[in-house]
Write a protein that binds this ligand. Sequence first.
Ligand SMILES: Nc1nc2c(ncn2[C@@H]2O[C@H](COP(=O)(O)OP(=O)(O)OP(=O)(O)O)[C@@H](O)[C@H]2O)c(=O)[nH]1
Ligand SMILES: [Mg+2]
Length: 291
Amino acid sequence: MNFKSGFVAIIGKPNAGKSTLLNALIGEKISIITSKAQTTRHRIKGILTSTDYQIVFSDTPGVIDPVYELHKSMMKAVDDSKEDADVLVYLVDASKPASEIEDLVKLSSTSEIPVIVAINKCDVISNEEMEKVSAEAKRIFGVEEVIAVSSLQKTNLEELLKTIVNKLPEQQAFFGADELTDKSERFLVAEMVREKIFEQFHQEIPYSTEVIIQDWKDEPDITKIRADIIVERESQKAILLGKNGSSIKQLGIESRKSIEEFLNKKIFIGLTIKVNPDWRKDPNKLKYFGY
Ligand SMILES: Nc1nc2c(ncn2[C@@H]2O[C@H](COP(=O)(O)OP(=O)(O)OP(=O)(O)O)[C@@H](O)[C@H]2O)c(=O)[nH]1
Ligand SMILES: [Mg+2]
C-alpha cells in the first residue's frame, strides 16, 4: 500500500464523546473532556501518523442551533472542519434518543464527502438496544454500515481506523511524524483551566467563562503562568471567587495539577477574574478572544 493521508472531521451533537474519541485515537490528551455539553469551542487538530498513513483529525464543537455569537463562531469551526475534510466521522451517542440523530442531520449541511457513522458509548447499552440505534442511524443517515465504538473504553477503534484509512487518498503526509496537534501549549493550558471550571462550577458559569493566558515565563525549574478568567457579570465573579476566595483557590490547585502533568514540570499559576459584560454576544470581543 502506498502512503495515505488526509483530513477527518469528527462531527456530532454536544456530549457525544468527540473529544474523548480524538484523545483515544491520538493516545494523548489534546482536547478537554467534561460531562457537560458544549465543552469544546474550537476546531482542534489531532495528528495520527503511522508507517502507512497520516490522519489529521479535527475535533469540533457539538452541533447546535446557535443562540449567541459565540455559538455562531463554534458552528463556523464545524463548517471549516468539514470544508477541508476527506472523510467525515459522524459520532452518535448510543444512549440518546433517535431524535438527536435527526437533529444532527437536520442541522448539518449536506456535502459530497464520504461519511462514516460511528455509534459511541456502546458500553452503556445492551446489544439489543445497539441493534435498534444502529438501524435508526442507518435510516436517518442513509448509510448501509455503522460502527459501534466506545471511546471511553477504546472498543472497536482499530476497526474505525481501518474504515477511515480505506477512504483516504494516496498522498504525502501534511505534518511531521512527531507533531500531535496544531494547537500551542498556551492554548492547551488555557483549555485545561476551562476544563476545571466546567467541573467545579455549574449552570451558566462554565458557559459564561473564557480563559486567556496573559503571561508565560519558562524558568529552569518552574514555569510561571498568569491567566485571566473572563466572566460576564459581577455576580459570576463572586461565585468564582467563593467565600474568602476559597473557590478560586481550589480552581488554582486543580488547574496546577493537570498542567504540571501535561508540561511534566513544576508550575505556578496565578488566576485573575475579570468581568467583561456580554462577551459571548459581541463579535469584536470574540475576535479578541481568538474566535
Ligand atoms: N460511557 C461512555 N461515556 C463516554 C464515552 N465517550 C465519552 N463519554 C463521556 O461523555 C461525556 C462527554 O464527552 P466529550 O468527549 O467531552 O464529548 P464531546 O462530544 O466532545 O462534547 P462537546 O465538546 O461538548 O461537544 C464525558 O463525560 C465522557 O467521559 C463512551 O464511549 N462511553
Ligand atoms: Mg468536545
